[in-house]
Design a binder for this molecule. Structure first.
Ligand code: S3P
Length: 430
């Protein structure tokens, strides 16, 4: 396990930063490019290990992949039915829940066998939520605990569309069913009571799929896809770390460039604004759903986070909890039981990490309560990220201007989504 020490006492965050390409968009773009007939070009794809796993998966299924991901990179994918074939070996998704859930739906359309496995964290993450609807479409799927846990064994082909209301607000489940719908007879409709991130439907439309989108529903039909030529916008979930850092470190004035702010991705900004943060948009691009986000430091006060806003900020709760710990008053995060089944049990890992740096925080079955200190930097201390990239990075932000060093154990997890985190830190901290 790698430990990284943040010395504390760092100065303000200033200038401009473009964080890596969005991870959720990157996974989907890779999977759709592999299905599309011909040559797709994906620029600024996420360079994290998670997306590398999805790239590895499509390559194992016969798609030709060239180039490199990352800020200056372009990945070329040559895909289509004539290229794709049964993978000869087990596909390993590493730590990526998005990869395993989306690949389950994606592979279910092909008349062959696909076996999907991942690391120790993936082995405990719930898969019944994708397996159930895909079985209803006709896919034969097995796995531990009757398909509720990985590894998953998928025998695809012969699918029929379904009309499915999501029992949990999950964009991964929506994506898995819609990807399966691309190779199914009849209509496949997914309905959601609470809006989740809309990348699957947005990219399906960009590839020319037969798709209709209404309020709270999406219908897709069997489609041949055309190649994708896409510049991936910057990832709001990664921008969130720097947004919170700039709120907290006095004298900061930072711009996060070209950040995706579309459906169910910018909820953390609303929460921070409610807490009194000075955040504005510059250079809004309506067609790409991006903006430059400008943040200036200032005092924060507590709020309550819960209800319908939660799916739109679930990944940002670890770093929002750090903001709450510096705010005046007590902040509650409720209706967020999904935190329990992320890369770690994030209720437990965030509460423990906050306590380790001197914050008072309490777990709840569906979230956590954070007692803010009203402003001063944290003391510092040693925290365990429990193999969870977002907990590791949230605690790094807590350590930036701390009075003493903050040591984050389990730092290697950061490579799953943001290998350039430390470089970006040095770019914007004076
Ligand atoms: C994601 C959806 C969310 C999110 C995850 C990425 C996606 O998960 O937490 O990091 O790309 O669709 P759920 O679908 O489980 O809510």
């Amino acid at each position: 396990m790698t430990e990284l020490a943040f010395p504390g006492g760092m100065g303000p965050l200033t200038g401009r930063l473009r964080v890596p390409g969005d991870k959720s968009i990157s996974h989907r773009a890779v999977l759709l490019a592999a299905r599309a007939e011909g040559r797709s070009e994906l620029r600024r794809l996420s360079s994290g290990l998670d997306v590398a796993r999805t790239i590895g998966a499509i390559a194992a299924c016969g798609a030709r992949v060239e180039g490199s991901a990352g800020e200056e990179g372009t990945i070329t994918v040559i895909g289509g039915r004539s290229m794709l074939r049964e993978p000869a070996a087990v596909i390993d998704v590493g730590n990526s829940g998005t990869a395993i859930r989306l690949l389950t739906g994606w592979s279910a359309t092909f008349p062959w066998l696909t076996v999907l496995q991942g690391d120790a964290s993936i082995a405990e993450r719930p898969m019944g939520r994708v397996v159930e609807p895909l079985r209803a479409m006709g896919a034969r799927i097995d796995g531990r605990d009757d398909g509720r846990l990985p590894p998953l064994i998928v025998r695809g082909g012969g699918l029929v569309g379904i009309d499915y209301r999501l029992p949990v607000a999950s964009a991964q489940v929506k994506a898995a069913v819609l990807l399966a719908g691309l190779g199914s007879d009849g209509d496949t409709t997914v309905r959601e009571d609470v809006p989740t991130r809309a990348h699957t439907e947005e990219l399906l439309a960009a590839c020319g799929a037969d798709i209709e989108v209404g309020t709270g529903w999406v219908t897709v039909r069997r489609s041949e896809l055309s190649p994708l030529f896409l510049e991936i916008p910057a990832d709001p979930s990664q921008a969130a770390f720097w947004v919170v850092a700039a709120c907290l470190v006095p004298g900061s004035d930072l711009v996060l460039e070209d950040t995706y702010v579309g459906q169910a991705r910018a909820g953390f900004l609303d929460v921070l604004r409610r807490m009194g943060a000075d955040i504005s948009f510059e250079q809004v691009d309506e067609s790409r759903q991006t903006a430059d986000i400008r943040v200036r430091s200032g005092p924060l006060h507590s709020t309550t986070v819960g209800g319908r806003e939660v799916p739109g900020l679930i990944d940002e709760i670890p770093v929002l909890a750090v903001a709450a710990a510096r705010a005046a008053g007590v902040t509650t995060f409720a209706d967020a039981a999904e935190l329990r089944v992320k890369e770690s049990d994030r209720v437990s890992s965030v509460v423990s990490a906050l306590r380790a740096i001197g914050v008072t925080a309490e777990p709840r079955p569906d979230g956590l309560v954070v007692h803010g200190n009203g402003g001063p930097p944290f003391a510092g201390g040693k925290v365990d990220a429990r193999g969870d990239h977002r907990v590791a990075m949230a605690m790094a932000i807590a350590g930036l201007d701390a009075a003493g060093p903050t040591v984050v154990a389990g730092w290697e997890s950061v490579a799953t989504s943001y290998p350039g985190f430390e470089e970006d830190l040095h770019r914007c901290v004076s």
